[in-house]
Design a protein around this ligand. Sequence first.
Ligand code: SF4
Length: 104
Amino acid sequence: MSRDRERGNADATLACKHEAGRFAPVIDPNRCEGKSACVAECPYDVFVVRRRERDELPGLTLLGTLKWWAHGGQQAQALRADQCHGCGLCVSACPEDAISLKRA
Ligand code: SF4
């Protein structure tokens, strides 16, 4: 991680006014291509990118299934969603616009 990015994440952490657990990230499996921008940006290590099995992603469309297959099943998962502070860095960072925030 670059020094600027480390500083940016630290600033976001300080600027984040929400307590953990008020918001949670929602990942659209039809958009996620496992590029890991969310993993790199989240100051609270909410995400992992790993191979997801097809039956873990029941909302996949035909196009989403093709993308899932083309990317070897690699998708983000919000394993520590309860640690989300709602800073929005992951939403801005995702190149596929796959992440939104919802109130928990
Ligand atoms: S909004 Fe995204 S980047 Fe910020 S804490 Fe929550 S999951 Fe992490």
